[in-house]
Design a protein around this ligand. Structure first.
Ligand SMILES: [Fe+2]
Length: 422
C-alpha cells in the first residue's frame, strides 16, 4: 500500500511534504541565504552568478530569475522560503500570492478587498473523484531486529587494533557469530535507533525523536577526531516516506536533513560489519533523546516501533529492512555511583524483551535509573526495534538467533541480541 496523499487532490494547491522538502532542499536553503543583507546585495547584482553557487537544477535557477513561484513550488520550493526572493525584490506577500493566480495585481487586490476568493468550485467536492491506486504486490519488510550496546571505547578499541587484547577479546568474541550472520543476512536498509551524545544536538534544540532524511551522514568529531569509518549512506526517499507515515500516526518526529552521526550509530555498525571500505547497505538514522529529561517512555518507544513496522510495510519497494535498537545496557557514567552494573537485572530485561515486550514496555523510567544506572535509560530505545517485529501483529514469535552478555566494556554491561522474524 502506497502512502496516501489525499491532499494532492485539493484543487490549485501544493502541499509541502517531506518528499517536496527533499526535492527542494537546496532551493529553500538558497532562499534562507537571502535573510542576510550582504547576500541580497550580491544576488541582486548578478542573480545568475549567485545562483550558480548553489547546487540547483536549471529549472530551479530559471524559476528564481523569472520569479515564477508556481514553477518553484513544483520543484520543491516552499512558499515561506520562496517569499525571501520576493522580499529581496521589494514585493509584498500579496503581490507574490497574486502572481501565482493568473490574475493581474489590481484584480487580485480587488478580489481580496471584496472578501477574498470564494471556496465555491475550488474544493475537493468540485473535482472528479480519482480511483484509488490498486495495492502494490510488493512492499518492504522487517526481517530482523538487532540490539547492541554502543560503547565509545569499543569503537576506539576497533579503530586502534586492540580487539585481540585480553581485556577486549572476550567481548569481541561475542560478536564473531554476528559478523558472519550479517554477511549472510545483509539487509537493503537498516533503520538504526540510537541516541546522540551531545554531538549533533546541543542544548539549543532537544528533539525527542529525530529521523535522518539526508543522502549521507558523516561521522562526527566527538572530541577525539572523527572515527575512521565510512560515511553513512542514507535513503532519503524511504526515510521521507517513513517520516510521513509515522507523523500521520501521531508520532511527532523531527526531520533532519543535515546531521553528523556519533558513536551511538557508528559503533553498532563496526561491531556488526567489522571495518569495510563502505557500509554494505543504506542506513536511516533515528535519534532518540535520552540525554535531557523528559525522555520518552518505554511504552511510547514500543508503540513507535509498532507504527514503524506498519510504515515500512506501506512502502511499495520490496526492501529487506532490519530495525536496530542500540545503547545500554546497565551503566552509570556520573557521580559517586559511577560504574554501576546490574548483571542480574540486565539479563532479566533481555528475557522480557524476548518473551514479554509489551509487559516490559510498561517499566517506568525510575526503575531503569535505579537498577541499571542513570545511562541505563538508553534501553528504552531497544523497545522501538522490538516493537517492529511481526509477532506483535499476530505473527509467530521471533527466532532468537543470537544472545550475548559481557561485563565490562569500559563502564558498561554489554548486551547483544539478534531476533529474526519467522
Ligand atoms: Fe549511548
Amino acid at each position: 500500500m502506497a502512502l496516501k496523499k489525499p491532499y494532492e487532490k485539493v484543487p490549485g494547491t501544493r502541499i509541502f511534504d517531506a518528499e517536496r522538502s527533499r526535492q527542494g532542499y537546496h532551493l529553500n536553503m538558497f532562499c534562507m541565504s537571502l535573510m542576510k543583507a550582504e547576500n541580497r546585495e550580491r544576488f541582486l547584482a548578478d542573480q545568475r552568478a549567485y545562483l550558480d553557487e548553489w547546487p540547483l537544477s536549471e529549472e530551479q535557477k530559471q524559476g528564481v530569475i523569472d520569479l515564477d513561484l508556481n514553477a518553484l513550488m513544483d520543484t520543491g520550493g516552499n512558499i515561506y522560503f520562496l517569499a525571501k526572493i520576493g522580499a529581496t525584490h521589494g514585493l509584498s506577500f500579496q503581490q507574490m500570492a497574486g502572481s501565482m493566480t493568473g490574475m493581474t495585481e489590481e484584480a487580485y487586490r480587488a478580489m481580496m478587498i471584496a472578501g477574498g476568493r470564494s471556496p465555491e468550485g475550488v474544493r475537493l467536492r468540485d473535482v472528479a473523484p480519482t480511483p484509488e491506486p490498486s495495492p502494490s504486490p510488493t512492499h518492504a519488510k522487517v526481517t530482523a531486529s538487532v540490539f547492541t550496546s554502543h560503547v565509545p571505547a569499543v569503537g576506539a578499541a576497533i579503530d586502534h587494533g586492540k580487539t585481540e587484547e585480553p581485556y577486549w577479546k572476550p567481548m569481541f568474541d561475542g560478536y564473531e557469530f554476528s559478523k558472519q550472520w550479517m554477511k549472510e543476512n545483509t539487509p537493503d536498509v537498516i533503520f538504526l535507533v540510537y541516541n546522540d551524545h551531545a554531538t549533533a544536538f546541543d542544548l539549543s534544540m532537544i528533539p525527542t525523536f529525530t529521523i535522518g532524511t539526508a543522502a549521507r551522514f558523516e561521522p562526527a568529531d566527538e572530541g577525539y577526531g572523527p572515527r575512521p569509518v565510512p560515511v553513512v549512506e542514507g535513503d532519503p526517499v524511504f526515510a521521507s516516506h517513513l517520516a510521513q507515515s509515522l507523523i500521520q500516526e501521531d508520532f511527532d518526529l523531527t526531520i533532519c536533513n543535515d546531521m553528523k552521526v556519533d558513536h551511538g550509530l557508528t559503533v553498532p555498525l563496526s561491531l556488526m560489519f567489522g571495518q569495510p571500505q563502505e557500509w554494505p547497505c543504506k542506513i536511516i538514522p533515528f535519534a532518540v533523546n535520552v540525554v535531557q529529561y523528559p525522555v520518552p517512555s518505554g511504552r511510547r518507544c514500543f508503540a513507535l516501533g509498532q507504527a514503524l513496522r506498519r510504515a515500512i510495510e506501506s512502502y511499495d519497494v520490496p526492501l529487506n529492512v532490519q530495525v536496530w535498537g542500540t545503547g545500554g545496557m546497565s551503566h552509570q557514567l556520573q557521580g559517586p555511583r559511577a560504574g554501576l552494573v546490574n548483571r542480574a537485572w540486565d539479563n532479566a530485561w533481555l528475557d522480557k524483551l524476548i518473551a514479554d515486550p509489551a509487559g516490559l514496555s510498561q517499566m517506568p523510567h525510575l526503575e531503569y535509573v535505579d537498577e541499571a544506572g542513570s545511562e541505563g535509560i538508553e534501553l528504552v530505545m531497544w523497545l522501538i526495534g522490538r516493537g517492529a517485529m511481526s509477532d506483535l501483529d499476530g505473527g509467530p514469535a521471533p527466532k532468537v538467533t543470537h544472545r550475548f552478555y559481557h561485563v565490562p566494556a569500559s563502564n558498561t554491561g554489554v548486551g547483544h541480541l539478534i531476533l529474526e522474524n519467522q
